[in-house]
Each structure stands twice: as C-alpha cells, then as structure tokens.
Design a protein around this ligand. Sequence first.
Ligand code: ZN
Length: 318
Amino acid sequence: MSFSSNVRDELSRVEEHHPCCRKSELAALLRGGLCLRRVSGQFRLLFVSEHAALLRHVFSTVKTLYHSGPEVMVLKTHRFRDHAVYRLDFSALASGFDEKGLLHDCGIEVAGDRLNYLPWRPKAKCCRRAYLRGCFLATGSISDPDRSYHLEISFPDALLLSEFQSFLHEYGIDAKHITRKGHLLAYLKEGQEIVDFLNISGAHISLMQLENIRILKDVRNQVNRIVNCETANLEKTVNASFRQMDHIRYLDSHVGLDSLPDGLREVARLRLEHSEVSLQELGDMLNPVLTKSGVNHRLRKLEQLAMQEREKHPQVPV
Ligand SMILES: [Zn+2]
C-alpha cells in the first residue's frame, strides 16, 4: 500500500466521540466527495472511492447519525486483478429528507445539475479539526516521503478551498493553492507542515513513519555534505601542490635545488617526493618540525624565486 493510502486508512479509523465532530467530519467528506452523475438518464448523488475502509467509515457514520445508510455498490474493474471501485448512492437518502436532512446539515444544495455549497463555520475548534480530517479523507493525497514531501487536497468549489485554508491557518499552517486541469488544489510542500497536518488530523502512526524517514534523509544529507566538503578541500590541496611542484621543477632545472638555502631546499625536495600531503604533514616531516604557516612561507618563497627566474627567461611563443 502507498503512504497515501496508509494515511487514508488510518484516518478512516479515527473514532470521533462527540456527535458535533462526527457531523463536521461527515460534512467535509460529502462537501468534498459527493458528485452528481447522470446514470441511465437520472441524476444520482454519488460518493465514489477505491478505498474500502473509507467507504465503510462514511457508511457507518451516516448510519449512526441518520439511522439509515446510503446504497452500496461495488464495481469490479478489469484494470487490475481484485480491484474494486465502491459507490455510495445518496440519492434516495437525500430526497427522503426534508429541509433539515443530511444535505442541509452538510451545507449542500442540489441546484439542477450542480451542487451549491453554503458557508461552513463550526463554532468549536474540535469540529474544525474534524473538518480538516474529512477534507483529506474525501480527496486528499500525499506523496511517498521517501521521494518528496507533497500533500494535496482538491476541492469542487472556491468556498470549500478557502474554508480549508482558514481552518488550517488556525494551526499556523498556510496551505498554498493552484488550479490544475480545472481542479482547485490546496497543497503543502514542507515536511514540517505535513507532519503538523498529520498530527492535527490524527494520523499518528503515519506521522511517526514520516518522521523516521525525515531523520534518515537528514543524516544522509549531512554525510553527503561532509563528503562533498572534504572532496573540495582535497582538490584544493592537490591543485596547490601541482602549482608548487611546477615552480620547484622550474627552479631545479634553471638554478638547481642545491643552490638554494637549506630550509628552502629541504621543503622543495619533500614537496616533490610527496605531492599529495598537506602543508601540516610536510611540516611534520621536517627536522626540526615546522608549523603549517612556516611551510607555507617557504613554499611562497620558492614560488617567488621561480617567478623571478621565469622573468629572466621569457618564454618565446612557438
Ligand atoms: Zn466538535
């Protein structure tokens, strides 16, 4: 199962104890998930999903609150083996209620061939939190955290999108939004925001899984940074060493290393013999031992001498 479907599974099993919260979660589920479809010439009010645990959850919530459940249909598809799409048909249930029925409670109006939404503003914070969970359950998805951090929820209407954003804003999370192929999408891209969302909506097991992956990724990044940094330093040392050796060889062939003062000659010989070692290591090889800056000073002196010598013998371009 994908991470997204694990989260949906976990959230489908969250038990809300207050009826106010159950109603609020159901409202988010139906506002986001119900659609009007023409089936054999008639408009049907459907909630369609491939997720069995979610369908069970919606069915039992409606049944508990309204003492009557929607019709359940299972459609087998041939795309994959054992793959089923579940359909809850609310048509009978919705028309069987008067003004104070299920749709009214969820702030949904059927207007011809489309659904209208009335503003949804529960007074209690617990209910707004349940609403956020319902939004994800209805149309949310989340990418595998091994690959990237991305959570998105699509909404059939701008009002629903802005409600979701404002409820989430109460927790200090600002969801961004875009329109993609005619769908309004709210999305989160930061690992920390997604962790917070999982916490708010009650997906605590998924939250722990995501945190573990985040820690692993973090350690991996740190190791990579250290390796990259060391590689860069090594490259610098090697480049400097090649430049120094070039100058020293020039001096050797034009004036001879034996003509140099003892201190310089010693460093020059060691550099030629040990191209790969650092200045500190060169210093340690000398007798008496010389500090890094002492070695650096002598190498600069050698470079200077070489430059002066080169000026005496200008290279004639061939
Ligand atoms: Zn509540």
